[in-house]
Design a protein around this ligand. Structure first.
Ligand code: FAD
Length: 477
């Protein structure tokens, strides 16, 4: 980056919040995906005025600008593939307002999800989307990707909670929505921004709906000898009108990975379901009884608990699937490829069976788990990432996986987003999306090259040193 541009930035941002050392730039080139690329400069703004001024410079000099929360995105969304400016939003981390009587809070984008819920819990409220990365990920990252998690089946995803937003577009700072629970006042641009992955503008503030914490929760742990039985159990629970607050599935690979890495002692089974119900005492009791009745014939074993510590342990095991898979075998890493498809709920067991066949065909291991209750599955491919052949096989397997997903009326992503790694399978009319981007960001400075703009294969900008194929894998012309 030219010296004169850095000098302009230094007029706005104090030097202790500008990073250009090689080590810093290298570290900011990662998110939690398979990709890596180095930015030219990292800036940590302290308020919306600073963001606005930096975006103005980026637009004037046509420099890519990529907002970054905690860097936990799984598809390369926060990776600066064309270099440019990383805006580290974690310095903007104030909770500005909590108004439980009006059911909203106002936050800066760098607030960490768990910190917001800590603050809301003091009032008996919470912000429900519950991503597995909630202890570290930011509200800005959640908004930009429309994150959600195990409670989406009952409480919905991040987009469902957005009431208002302040955004810095290339042409300036604007506000949409407000502090009301309903809004029929024209285009809801604040909701369009959700899921835009930083490709339209930088979120500098959000007004979010909040919900009262339930009185009570209880969890059922059901084991199955066949994943099809587990899937049928899920469909029947939903079909009989029971609405759990979480309904999670884990296959054998995931169960073994968690037991090996965390020693949680999950049952030895082909599949397990973790089913949480919440509400008042009576509702919880009734729903647990209904679930027990539905699963009686299908499950090999069902246990129930409402003990806080026991429930915490089970959810710790569930949240630990992703990191545990990387310790499944010698030299094996769990890579995020085809990791977040969403299907009609009843199709889940058939999809898992097909994924297992595909894994066998290509000699790779695929662990499948996820939010069975809302049709959102996570498949993790386990490979030695230093061998080119493994990537080629994984790429072919991923393509077949998506063919199955589309045959079963599914879509590419239910919560982790598109970035690079899922771009070839993104659904919807991409030309309309490109027109919207052009109208707001004509110079294409906002996180360029992602989603509908990514036209190449997914095995690119790899973070891993692949033997013999260094150049081909790490650069894209
Ligand atoms: C172990 C693990 C578990 C996970 N579990 C889940 C899960 O259960 N559910 C789920 O949905 N996701 C999950 N994820 C993915 C990820 O955590 C979420 O997408 C999360 O919302 C990203 O937040 P972040 O702060 O890390 O954002 P980053 O990774 O820093 O950025 C993500 C995207 O948001 C954009 N962005 C960030 N801040 C802003 C802003 N202020 N304005 C505009 N754009 C912005 C970035 O440019 C980028 O495109 C998981 C990831 C890991 C590593």
């Amino acid at each position: 980056m030219e010296r004169k541009i850095i000098e302009k930035i230094e007029e706005i941002i104090s030097k202790d919040r500008i990073f250009t050392d090689t080590a810093d730039l290298y570290a900011y080139g990662f998110d939690a995906s398979i990709h890596h690329a180095t930015p030219d400069i990292v800036i940590r703004p302290k308020d919306a005025e600073e963001v606005e001024k930096v975006v103005k410079i980026a637009n004037e000099y046509r420099i890519p600008i990529i907002a970054r929360g905690s860097g936990t995105a799984l598809c390369g969304q926060a990776v600066p593939i064309y270099g440019g400016i990383i805006l580290d939003m974690t310095g903007m981390n104030k909770i500005k307002e909590i108004r439980v009587e009006d059911l909203y809070c106002v936050v800066e984008p760098g607030v960490v999800y768990a910190k917001l819920n800590e603050a809301l819990a003091k009032y008996g409220f919470f912000f429900p989307p519950t991503p597995g990365s909630g202890d570290v990920c930011t509200i800005g990252g959640m908004l930009a990707v429309n994150a959600s998690g195990m409670r989406a089946i009952k409480y919905g995803a991040t987009r469902d909670y957005v009431l208002g937003m302040e955004i810095v577009f290339p042409y300036g700072r604007v506000r949409f929505g407000g502090k009301t629970l309903k809004n029929s006042s024209g285009y809801q641009i604040e909701r369009l921004i959700v899921g835009s992955e930083g490709t339209l503008g930088i979120i500098t503030e959000a007004t979010l709906r909040i919900a009262p914490l339930p009185q009570k929760r209880a969890v059922a742990l059901a084991s199955f000898d066949d994943v099809i039985d587990a899937g049928k159990g899920v469909a029947e629970i939903i079909g009989k009108g029971v609405l759990p607050s979480a309904l999670e599935i884990m296959d054998r690979v995931c169960i073994q990975a968690v037991n090996r890495a965390m020693g949680i002692g999950l049952p030895d089974a082909e599949a397990i379901l973790l089913i949480e119900v919440d509400g008042n005492e009576k509702e919880v009791k009734e729903n647990i009884e209904k679930i027990a009745k539905i699963l009686k014939e299908k499950a090999s074993k069902i246990e129930f608990t409402d003990d806080e510590q026991e429930m915490l342990k089970l959810w710790k095991g569930r949240k630990g699937v992703l990191p545990s898979l990387s310790r499944y075998g010698e030299n094996m890493v769990s890579v995020s490829l085809a990791d977040d498809m969403c299907l009609p709920i009843s199709k889940i067991p058939y999809a898992i069976k097909e994924f297992q066949k595909i894994a066998k065909k290509y000699g790779i291991i695929i662990g499948t788990y996820g939010h069975a209750g809302d049709g959102n599955l996570h498949t993790k491919v386990l490979i030695d990432p230093t061998k080119e052949e493994n990537w080629r096989n994984a790429e072919k397997a991923v393509d077949e996986i998506y063919k199955v997903v589309y045959q079963l009326n599914g879509i590419a992503s239910g919560e982790h987003g598109i970035g690079i790694t899922k771009a070839p399978w993104m659904n919807g009319d991409l030309s309309t999306m490109e027109k919207i981007k052009k109208a707001i960001d004509p110079n294409n400075i906002m996180n360029p090259g992602k989603m509908m703009q990514w036209k190449k294969g997914i095995i690119a900008y790899l973070r891993y040193p692949v033997k013999n194929e260094e150049k081909r894998f790490r650069t894209v012309t």
